[in-house]
Write a protein of this length. Structure first.
Length: 367
C-alpha cells in the first residue's frame, strides 16, 4: 500500500481528486500564515516541517503527509481487528484484509495522493478507537485532540460517538485533555501578531473564524434539492461499493445479522455517509473516508463470522482493486500528466497585466 501511494502521489500542484485546497495549504504551511476556514493549525505546522525535506517538489513533500496518514490508519485498523478477534486463530488474516480494504479503496487512494487533511484526521480518529478498544482512555482523548487540531469536523464525528457510547470518555478530566488541543487554534491570532497573517480568508477575527465555518456547514447541510436526493443516494451507494469491493457484503452482514446497532462502529460509518447524502456540495464525498476506515474494521469482524471462501474472495478482489486503483490514480502519469494547475499558474497567470485583478468563480474562499 505504501509503495502504491508513494508512486501515485501527485508530483506537483493539481486540481485532481478535489485537491483545490492543496495550493493554499502549501502556501500557508511554508510562510506560517492562515488557511481557509479553521486553518488546520497542526496540519500547517507539520507541513512546515515536511517542506524542509531536501528532495522532491514542495507539493510532493506536503502530500507525503497524506500517505503517512493512510499508512497510520492501516496499522491502527490491523491492531483493532487483531485485538477484537484475539481469541480467533485467524485474527491476523482478518486484520490484514481489513487494512487492505481500506488501503485499496478508490476514495482513500484518491485522498492519499494529494495535499489534504483528511487522511491524517482519519488516522487520529481510528487511533482513538484503537485506544478505546484497549481501554486506554487518556490516549484516546489525546488522539481525538490531535484530530481536532487538524480537521475539527471529522474528528468531532468520532469524538461525539465515542463520548456517547463509552461512559469512560465522559470523564471530565479526559474531556479537558481533548479540549486542551484547541490551544493549537491560538496559531491564528499569533500569526497575525507576528505579521504573517495575509487577511486573505477572513479568518483572523473570531467572527470570521467561527461565523464563516458554521455558516458554511449550515448552508450546505440539508441543502440538496429533494428531486436530487434519489440520485445522491445512488451515488453514495456506488461510492461505497467501489470503495469496499466485495467487503460490502461482510460489512452489511456484520451490522445486520450480528445486530450491532448500538456499537460505535455503525454510527461512525453512518454519520459521514448520511452527511454526504443530504449535502448540497457533491465534493463532500471525501468526508466518507472516515466511514471507509471504520467500515473496514467491520469488514474484518464480519468475515470472522462467514465461510472461509468469502474471506479469500474478499482478499483477492481487494488486491485486484489495489492494482487497478494504483494505475488509475497515478496522477502524474494518468489523471493529470500535464499538472494542469501548475500549467495554469505558469502560463495563464503571467498573461494578466500588473495591477489587474483575476477573479475565478467558486466559493468565497476559492476566489
Amino acid at each position: 500500500i505504501g509503495m502504491v501511494l508513494v508512486v501515485d502521489l501527485a508530483p506537483d500542484i493539481t486540481w485532481m481528486n478535489t485537491d483545490s485546497d492543496g495550493a493554499h495549504y502549501t502556501l500557508a504551511a511554508k510562510y506560517l500564515t492562515t488557511a481557509h476556514h479553521m486553518s488546520a493549525p497542526l496540519y500547517l505546522l507539520l507541513g512546515n516541517l515536511f517542506l524542509r525535506l531536501p528532495f522532491a517538489t514542495e507539493a510532493w513533500r506536503m502530500g507525503l503527509m497524506s500517505v503517512l496518514g493512510t499508512l497510520g490508519s492501516v496499522v491502527f485498523i490491523y491492531l483493532i481487528v487483531s485485538n477484537l478477534l484475539k481469541d480467533n486463530p485467524r485474527a491476523r488474516i482478518y486484520a490484514i484484509i481489513s487494512g487492505l480494504i481500506y488501503g485499496s479503496s478508490a476514495l482513500v487512494i484518491s485522498q492519499s495522493t494529494v495535499i489534504e487533511t483528511y487522511t491524517l484526521s482519519t488516522m487520529c480518529g481510528v487511533g482513538a478507537y484503537y485506544f478505546v478498544v484497549r481501554k486506554k482512555w487518556l490516549w484516546a482523548s489525546v488522539m481525538l485532540g490531535l484530530g481536532l487540531a487538524i480537521h475539527p469536523f471529522l474528528a468531532f464525528i468520532v469524538w461525539a460517538v465515542l463520548f456517547i457510547v463509552n461512559k469512560e470518555m465522559r470523564n471530565w478530566r479526559r474531556y479537558m485533555v481533548t479540549i486542551a488541543f484547541f490551544a493549537f487554534y491560538l496559531y491564528i491570532p499569533l500569526v497575525g501578531i507576528l505579521g504573517s497573517e495575509v487577511s486573505m480568508w477572513g479568518t483572523s477575527t473570531a467572527e470570521g473564524l467561527f461565523g464563516g465555518t458554521l455558516g458554511m456547514v449550515l448552508m450546505l447541510t440539508g441543502g440538496l434539492a429533494a428531486g436530487e436526493f434519489p440520485k445522491r443516494v445512488l451515488d453514495t451507494l456506488l461510492i461505497l461499493v467501489v470503495s469496499f469491493g466485495l467487503g460490502i457484503i461482510p460489512l452489511v452482514y456484520y451490522f445486520v445479522k450480528q445486530k450491532r446497532w448500538r456499537g460505535a462502529l455503525l454510527w461512525i460509518v453512518f454519520i459521514p455517509v448520511a452527511y454526504f447524502s443530504i449535502n448540497l456540495a457533491a465534493q463532500t464525498f471525501v468526508y466518507m473516508i472516515v466511514a471507509i476506515a471504520f467500515g473496514s474494521i467491520a469488514v474484518g469482524l464480519g468475515l470472522s463470522k462467514m465461510n472461509i471462501r468469502w474471506v479469500w474472495a474478499t482478499c483477492i478482489l481487494a488486491v485486484g482493486l489495489l492494482g487497478f486503483n494504483a494505475d488509475y490514480f497515478d496522477i502524474g502519469r494518468t489523471l493529470d500528466p500535464e499538472m494542469s494547475a501548475m500549467k495554469f499558474y505558469n502560463e495563464e497567470l503571467p498573461k494578466i497585466p500588473d495591477g489587474d485583478y483575476f477573479m475565478g468563480g467558486g466559493w468565497t474562499w476559492a476566489m
